[in-house]
Design a protein around this ligand. Sequence first.
Ligand SMILES: NC(=O)c1ccc[n+]([C@@H]2O[C@H](COP(=O)([O-])OP(=O)(O)OC[C@H]3O[C@@H](n4cnc5c(N)ncnc54)[C@H](OP(=O)(O)O)[C@@H]3O)[C@@H](O)[C@H]2O)c1
Length: 383
Amino acid sequence: MKVRLGQRLTDHEAMSLAIRQAQKGAGFVAPNPLVGCVILDQEQRLLSLGYHRRWGGDHAEVEALKKIPTQDRRRALQGAQVFVTLEPCAHQGLTPSCAHELIRWPLAKVIYGLKDPNPKVSGKGAEIIRQKGISCEQADFLQGELEDLAEVFLTNMREQRSFIALKVASSLDGKLAMANGESQWITNESSRHHVQYLRGIYQAVLIGRQTLLKDQPRLNSRHPRFQDRQNTVIVLDPKGQSLDGLAHSSLAQVRPLDKIVLVLSERRKKALGPRGRIGFELLFCPELESGQLDLLWLSRELYRQGIASILVEGGAHTHSQFLQQGPADRLYQFLGPVLMGGPQAIGWTEGLQIQSFQERLVLRRMKAFKLEDNILVTGCLGR
Ligand SMILES: NC(=O)c1ccc[n+]([C@@H]2O[C@H](COP(=O)([O-])OP(=O)(O)OC[C@H]3O[C@@H](n4cnc5c(N)ncnc54)[C@H](OP(=O)(O)O)[C@@H]3O)[C@@H](O)[C@H]2O)c1
């Protein structure tokens, strides 16, 4: 829906517009949340809108307030209504607290989408606003969309780990490559363009050792929005078999070595001994009883190191392990109009062990988008 200033909006339309505003900050705000804000005047007409554009910049509420000319601001905001996707913050950080900014104006009400998930500040922003006599309530609509918008931040805060999204390009029968590694191309150019966008909005990309070996991918974003970005790449390689070749790999052609993280099994630490300067980072990860790297531990450790979100790009073993072990929050499955059969083709979940239908994984709030003759299916992964 295209909107113009002065247009009358319902509460639902105003929050939906705030969500679309917030999405424009994707890829630029981490570790902050995506936040959008819409201000309606007392006649429910669109007065201003804004979003959190980049980390360290104005918060959405402040941007929306600033867009109203200074000389008119007080008069225009008389009885106005503010719709913001997340509870206004109560604490002073790089910028002043949004709750304190809002109470400087003669507003009638503030409707926020989600409570701040940080227990130390949750409810405090709303309280500051109410104490000033301005109504401040959580929206009882669009909760699913609001949760999707803030999913990275919510997972970071609630679980203290990186948000994990799985990206798969598969045939209609769920195959992602032939056993000999042939997989280019199952999906079309529009799908691949969208993958470039995803690489821009996630802070890091992760792959298994076999994908590095067979595909020799670069995994940077060639999307126009993120072109000068050098993203971090994480490679799961428990035995450290790519150690010697990594500095000359396809990954190292497009990013400095310190943007590459090689994840090895903790058990390899002693055996490897001191290696002098290698340029890229080594991360030693504990193993589970199954002998697999402990991916929950890894998602916590990477979050501790400042990585808020990770796009896992396969292959099958790696995807299956994330699904099996649990840190798997969102799926992006690009389906090409191809059938690849078996057993010579690799199914993207073939390492996932599910004993009964009850244990099945489901996609909540599943959506599908047509990308010419491909389909993108996305949703939240869970039991
Ligand atoms: N169509 C697509 O979207 C897509 C995307 C990516 C890849 N691919 C294709 O998929 C194929 C590769 O898939 P793949 O399943 O063979 O390999 P993979 O997932 O790329 O790599 C598997 C290897 O990574 C390591 N690894 C991954 N997770 C681990 C864990 N939790 N614990 C310990 N080690 C872990 C293991 O290394 P060790 O062997 O050293 O134990 C494992 O054998 C390639 O042919 C590639 O072209 C397709």
